[in-house]
Design a protein around this ligand. Sequence first.
Ligand code: NOJ
Ligand code: CA
Length: 554
Amino acid sequence: MIEKDFWYKNAVMYTLDVETFQDSNNDGIGDFRGLISRMDYLATLGINCIWLLPFYPSPNRDNGYDIMDYYSVDSRLGNLGDFASFIQAARERGIRVIIDLVINHTSNQHPWFLEARKDKNSPYRDYYTWSKEKPENPEYEPAFKGEDNSIWEYDEVAKEYFLHRFYNHQPDLNLANPAVRKEIHQIMGFWLALGVSGFRVDAAHILVENDDPKDQGEFHDLIEDMREFITTHSRDAILLAEASGPPEVVGKFFKGKERMHMMFNFLLNQHTFLALATEEAEPVREGIAILPEKDFSSAWLNFLRHHDELNLEDLKPDQQKVVFEKYAPNKDMLIFGRGIRRRLAPMLNGDQRRLELAYSLLFSSPGTPVIQYGAEIGMGDDISLPGRNSVRTAMQWSPERNGGFSEASPSKLPRPSISQSDYSYKRLNVIQQQCQPGSLLNWMERLIRLRRQCPEIGNGELEVLKVKHKAVLVCAYRLNFELVVVHNLGGEACEVTLPLLKEDHESLIEIFSDSAYPAPKESEVELNPYGYRWFRIRKKEVHEEAQQKKKQQK
Ligand code: NOJ
Ligand code: CA
């Protein structure tokens, strides 16, 4: 028995944008009704939590992360009634929903900002941070280097400068203002009442710096305040922080049961890519070793790619160089001087063996896995699209027009579907892969099922075992069962000795692998190039008991 069953520690998450998932009325824009029509697909894929990208009314200049109204649904995507039906459809299938809580900034079209800029005495003026002069040598660089060159923007109407850490159309909220804190509570309360299971707290590492603009960089009580609110108003909803940075910075977000329940694991993400690029296991070992301490109730959310760039900021320059050279050989694949704007499948040349290795690594990393829509079929990217839109093309359901996403004329879509190359929807789509037993999609379904049956990954204790082979990573998880997962990151077959079988252990039972292998001899394990094998350790007592029972039955 697991002591306490925290649902988010044994979930498999799936992130999607309503706008690009399924269009129900053929106006070219994905919508909630379309998403509802795909809920059985998601349920049978096996995921049990959806992280929904922002769907609020928005001028849509930052893919919806520029919000105009926190209490509604963008009319292009549906209405609140459709949202409630979606939550109901998810719940009926045992799927939870987490939504984006974007409170570091609003759109400059939000009524708060419109009021704030035109009237100095408006109570909304203090919802934002202003300065009469443009501050010299600002402490922070803009988040999107190359697109914005300052975090202060002059507003013609207010006749002052306002702070914005992201785009200049996204004024930062003054989170030290108690009235803003109240608004945050009200927003959280509203969506909790509609049945969400938690929030992805957008840009958490930046909003804690805006917590007190006079004392930037320090942690104040914003996060604790949000945690207290969510704990009081919901039995099991969670706060998931999108916070990147070095271990000592991200470590602050976990503080027993007072701060975040969950955090995106940017550190392990970057180290995993370094390991894939170098074909060596050491970077993953290091990525695990540097993770800051956390309470038993907290969890890491592991990912490979999502809707943003693959940010490599926390690797050393020579390490970044290795990953950039391997996975972003052309300049136009890079963005903001720190990241790669590609999906995983093209980075790995569409090689299913290496894709399986990467996802097997992800699903066995300590914590909970999340995949981006389309990852399950190995969707590609469109580098000709500007910025991060390259990885945000419509879901590819079938070989039909627009990949079955919409029957509208392609010119009506938010961005064109991928119709050229090996990644075209004509060849690469859900229907085609459902028909092929060996497809990535069918494999991914098995992986998801397997992960959900291995609670020790989210709850157990991990020991990374030492083996002689540089390319081989061996992770052992201990809880009630024991699980051992072995990965060969290299392109050469090999054999390793697992330093783990104790006296009371009898044998290894294979539960998942890249191909059929001979049963391991004692602790000798063979691996194909890029091979992976998952084992349960069968304990001697269990085995002996079973033998005795058999004897008695005879
Ligand atoms: C983080 C989101 O993931 C990203 O897409 C967005 O541009 C920034 N926050 C600003 O809201
Ligand atoms: Ca539509």
